[in-house]
Design a protein around this ligand. Structure first.
Ligand code: NAD
Length: 395
């Protein structure tokens, strides 16, 4: 079939297998054009490995560090004439490319929050990989069922304390609108912490540790965002920010639990990038379009793969084995985004952006292109007029 993008709000309901494969290949080529990471991981588990930061972490693990990788994700294969989700196609492409280089790459598609998927991962690691020396935890999920109680929690993106009005970009209509977000209830906060906080990260590490599958000196890393003041009411000071505070609590608890094997838990605060998760956050897409224009003009613009390449080479696996941290004990990959010259420019531009000035003051076109690329559309070298089979499977 000929596959075209079908965008519905902040998702595209189709994905292009060849485009996704080409995207993964581009990321692999980028990693290979950089120096190899000499003392990187040899056996990596990536939870949330099919898109965004998790996919980039897996690509860097495999192609910069020559690590064997197990990827865990929640994606839909192609069925009844519908295309698969992009994370499915990405993971098939990654497995193929890794195997072509003689690397072990295996996948588990299912709910990472469940005990069943943790058990499957443990079994797979025990049988095929040996001990794990890096666990990347990169889930972005709308809901989680607590495996102990069976209760399901839904995460929300809401301000805390009072309602909050701000402008946002309607990408369908290319207009700047104003929206008011209702203040979170205590239950919203609790539920968001249950889904996006650190509890499940702790359960993964606990399960691996109890199975004796964590190598001495292993590292585990999860991802965080702080961003500029203009997004704080909805991000850092909102329900998702509370979940990130809980992630930091979990980091300390995990580090303590890993002390006997010399392991360490880390949090990397990453840059704002276009992913399926970030495009769903109200107001953040407007910030990203402004940020991208400024960072492309002033220098330092990065996507997931550039960020993760720098995270592994310049933070997690430096030749002298030191890991630079900020005052809160966090790795700061958002260092370039948060530079004063960049943020001063954002602060100056933000109030001036209106429907009339979107093209002039933001990187609207660049944002749209990157959004479509997430689904495999608009990728160089792909023939979008060609008939393609949407059914693509793992070996
Ligand atoms: P993403 O939407 O691109 O990826 C989410 C991943 O989680 C996918 O692999 C998906 O399959 C997987 N997933 C979701 N629910 C699952 C489930 N129940 N079981 C198994 N897998 C599941 O997201 P992203 O933007 O790369 O976010 C990853 C992390 O990075 C999050 O913690 C996010 O807060 C953080 N982060 C993102 C940004 C950004 O701008 N996108 C910036 C800083 C930090």
């Amino acid at each position: 079939m000929i596959i075209r993008p079908k965008v519905r709000g902040f998702v595209c309901v189709t994905a292009h297998p060849k485009g996704c494969e080409a995207n993964v290949k581009e990321q692999i080529d980028y990693v290979k054009s950089n120096p190899a990471v000499e003392n990187g991981p040899k056996n990596a588990l990536v939870v949330g490995s099919s898109t965004g930061y998790g996919l980039a972490s897996r690509i860097v693990s495999a192609f910069a560090c020559h690590a064997n990788t197990l990827g865990v994700f929640f994606e839909r294969p192609s069925e009844r004439g519908r295309t698969a989700t992009p994370g499915w196609y990405n993971s098939v492409a990654l497995e193929k490319a890794a195997k072509a280089e003689g690397l072990y790459a295996s996948n588990i598609n299912g709910d990472a929050f469940s005990q069943e998927i943790k058990d499957q991962a443990i079994e797979r690691i025990r049988s095929n990989m040996g001990k794990i020396d890096l666990v990347v935890y990169s889930l972005a999920a709308p809901r989680r069922t607590d495996p102990k109680t069976g209760e399901t929690y839904r995460s929300t993106l809401k301000p805390i304390g009072s309602d909050y009005s701000n402008k946002y970009l309607d990408t369908d209509k290319k207009t700047i609108q104003e929206a008011t977000l209702e203040a979170a209830t205590d239950e919203d906060i609790h539920n968001t912490v249950k889904v996006m906080g650190g509890e499940d990260w702790e359960l993964w590490i606990q399960a691996l540790k109890e199975a004796g599958l964590l190598a001495d000196g292993c590292k585990t890393v999860a991802y965080d965002y702080i961003g500029p003041q203009v997004t704080w009411p909805i991000y850092k000071d909102g329900t998702i920010g509370r979940a990130k505070i809980d992630l930091r609590r979990a980091k300390d608890a995990i580090s303590e639990s890993l002390q006997p094997i010399g392991g360490q838990a880390l949090i990397s605060v990453n840059k704002a990038v276009v992913t399926q998760a970030s495009s769903a956050i109200p107001g953040v897409n407007l910030y990203i379009t402004i940020l991208f224009k400024i960072m492309k003009d002033l220098g330092g613009h990065e996507g997931c793969i550039e960020q993760m390449t720098r995270l592994f080479a310049d933070r997690l696996y430096r030749p002298d084995r030191s890991i630079p941290l900020d005052d809160l004990g966090l790795i700061r990959m958002d260092d370039w985004e948060m530079e004063a010259k960049i943020q001063d420019a954002v602060t100056e531009v933000w109030p001036k952006v209106t429907t009339e000035t979107v093209d002039e003051l933001t990187d609207f076109d660049g944002y749209q292109e990157e959004f479509l690329r997430l689904f495999g559309f608009g990728v160089k070298g792909v023939d979008y007029e060609a008939d393609v089979d949407p059914v693509v499977d793992f070996d």
